[in-house]
Design a protein around this ligand. Sequence first.
Ligand SMILES: Cc1ncc(COP(=O)(O)O)c(C=O)c1O
Length: 433
Amino acid sequence: MSSAARPLSSPPRSGELYARALELLPGGVNSPVRAMRAIGRDPIFIARGEGAELVDVDGRRYIDWVMSWGPLIAGHAQPDIVAAVSVAAAAGTSFGAPTRAEVELAERVVERMPGAEMVRMTSSGTEASMSAIRLARAATGRDAIVKFAGAYHGHVDGLLADAGSGLATQGIPASPGVTAAQAADTIVVPWNDRAAVERALSTGEPAALLCEPYAANMGLVLPDDGFLAFLREASSATGVLLVFDEVISGFRVARGGAQERERVTPDLVILGKVIGGGLPAAAFAGRRDLMERVAPAGDVYQAGTLSGNPLATAAGLATLRLLDAPAYQRLDGLSRSLAEGLEAAARAAGVPARAPWTTGLVTLFFTDQPVRSYADARACDLDAHAAFCRGMLERGVYLPPSQFEAWFPSLAHGEAHVQLTLEAARDVLGGLG
Ligand SMILES: Cc1ncc(COP(=O)(O)O)c(C=O)c1O
């Protein structure tokens, strides 16, 4: 169990590895958020994970609320998952040919997810997004995609566009290297803004309306009551395909993801993270008539050397086996006590903060206003958030180092982890108030 409190200044082995990494890897990392720049410190190099805890290369132990950004809903090195992967590895790590486990995993997905009638596996959520969009364009004969400001669907060129204003606007490339033409096919609208969605659907002739049903890449910003049902009706009325990106929410917020919980069935769904149980697997799925357009059943090309990889499918199956009704109840209770405790700690310290939560997802926003959109999230006190994260790390609590991410409670966390986290939070927030 983590307790605390060894100083983190100049960690010798993390520091040394980071210096070497900076020479070899852009920014010293293989994915930007790991660099911890938003909280103004150097990254921490990890040696191993145990349940709900991480141990860094300097031997420091942390309660981990990042959990690899979502895949590890059962915790680090969960024994059933490790065993399943070991058995699979001993039988061969990749065949580039079909296996029984792929069929079984697809069966589990279809059983759980109302919108999934057929499944195509990929190796990353980005690939799954890219492929789902290609399919939506092929099926509708239209080009444009409507997405929400602050929503992330992987680093697909056109989807990096994020105009983020109060009106539906044409996308502006958010990264050099994204062409103006790719960005022009993306229409960005504010989350929870019905009028902007209506305008975009009726004037933009889009192929698809793409959303994270429980937006979790601007921090957790839940849909207003009825907003997802409105998206369903508005897209059906305009011949636009509704695509739910459940890379984060899938198998996390409920057995069948946000679509099951909210009783809103999309035409296509993008999956990742939990489906691979900590190994690289993702998928897109959806209505049979649409999915039958995917090659070789149909004419929309999509492929992958490691798609449906035996190790990843074994980890995904073992993970889903653990996710029964009592597991979701436990995750729900844990997420609630974490969020309510964080809000109470902030209140006691006189720090304006709000902690929206759902089963398996929590964010602590540094604001006294409700957060309903990316603009609201960006108006939070980012300096206070950064100071909070740095203070928590010093006390042995590893948090997402960005205001625009969610915390990921897992089945490996217990009430003791929550209480230790709240103790640390009271301490750090007390110094901020
Ligand atoms: C909602 C959502 N969609 C897609 C992706 C992309 O997935 P990947 O990182 O596996 O490419 C992410 C990654 O965090 C995500 O959060």
